[in-house]
Design a protein around this ligand. Structure first.
Ligand SMILES: *Cc1c(COP(=O)(O)O)cnc(C)c1O
Length: 337
């Protein structure tokens, strides 16, 4: 079934740009590197969850919902963008925040955490790592129903088949832009977290027979676990679209060497990547996802994975508000004149 048959809200005008990163490419001395600016998607401060929410929120509205309920980490971009979409649509938003490392939630916190407040989130419940989040959200939804409200529950990262359609659509954009620019990408690289981005891109690139391999950089899980997560979601997304369910089978590539000590915990290579992209390209990455994904891409370039004539596209999935919460590990200090 065509993706055009699914109800969709539009939060971004047109396509996001694909730009060359010639200063970074020259510095690294490998293939020509390009960047897809999904950090410039619509809703507050952009990022990949905007694409997923176009389909998820359309479904919520079709069901007559009045409140979006979702979950994420204390610096969740997904929670920030769900709150922004709720504002835009005149809905309320409630958050279940999972403290993935004990003591990391701070009600006075900066970055996305502060934006939850600014975007008018109705309530925040904080639970420890390992909590059954689906059950937690179901409980919040039941309580709302008891008050005569109409909740709509969105899973963490917006990563179910409906949300992943946002990245099937993004793959369509990349294919069209590649044809238009006359640049065939030898690899497309993205961060791989809750897997909606990775799975959606994979289904979209494969069903278009793009010939562009996709490579995910894990930000959380070991390779085998992340691959299973991506393949499972890709299978269900392909099924939702009425494509061959196995379209993406055996095509999931995950590099798990850049996670460091764990999700959202800083690494030296992440700090280097964030500082390099800012100083060479004027592009702001984030410490949790795109900083580690770019560290992976830089590492692979240094390993000689591509030759000088090749083209590699990095999908910048956003996240820059989290930079502010990481100032102590990222800042070096500007010399005073
Ligand atoms: C959520 C997120 C990702 C990971 O995307 P998934 O679809 O969850 O794998 C990457 N980058 C940023 C900035 C994010 O917020």
């Amino acid at each position: 079934m065509s993706i055009a048959r699914f109800p969709r809200r539009r939060y971004t005008a047109g396509y996001t740009a694909i730009e060359p990163m010639d200063r970074l490419s020259a510095l690294l001395g490998g293939p020509r590197l390009w960047i897809k600016r999904d950090d410039q998607l619509g809703l507050a401060a952009g990022g990949n969850k905007t694409r997923k929410l176009e389909f998820l929120v359309a479904d919520a509205l079709a069901q007559g919902a009045d409140t979006l309920v979702t979950t994420g980490a204390p610096q969740s971009n997904h929670c920030r963008l769900t709150a922004a979409a709720a504002v835009k649509e005149g809905l309320k938003c409630r958050l279940l925040i999972e403290e993935r490392h004990a003591g990391t939630y701070d009600a006075e916190g900066t970055g996305n955490n502060f934006l939850f407040d600014l975007l008018g989130v109705e309530s925040i419940e904080v639970v420890p790592a390992g909590t059954d989040l689906a059950a937690g959200m179901a409980r919040i939804a039941e309580a709302l129903k008891g008050e005569g409200r109409r909740p709509y529950v969105i899973p963490g990262g917006g990563s179910n088949p409906l949300g992943a359609l946002g990245y099937v659509a993004c793959a369509g954009e990349i294919v069209a832009q590649s044809a238009d620019m006359g640049v065939a990408f030898d690899t497309v690289v993205c961060a791989s977290g809750s897997a909606g981005t990775h799975a959606g891109l994979l289904v979209g690139l494969e069903s278009a027979r793009s010939g562009m391999p996709l490579s995910g950089v894990s930000v959380r899980r070991p390779q085998a676990e992340q691959t299973a997560l991506v393949e499972g979601l890709a299978t269900r997304t392909a099924t939702l679209l009425g494509h061959d369910a196995a379209i993406a089978m055996g095509k999931t590539v995950v590099d798990d060497r850049w996670v460091g000590d764990g999700y959202a915990l800083p690494t030296d290579t992440m700090v280097e990547a964030v500082r390099l992209l800012a100083s060479q390209e004027g592009v702001l990455l984030d410490p949790v996802y795109t900083g580690k994904a770019m560290a992976g891409l830089i590492g692979q370039v240094r390993e000689g994975r591509w030759t000088a004539g090749q083209n590699v596209l990095f999908v910048h999935t956003g996240g820059s508000p989290a930079l502010y919460a990481y100032r102590p590990v990222l800042a070096q200090g500007v010399p005073q004149a």
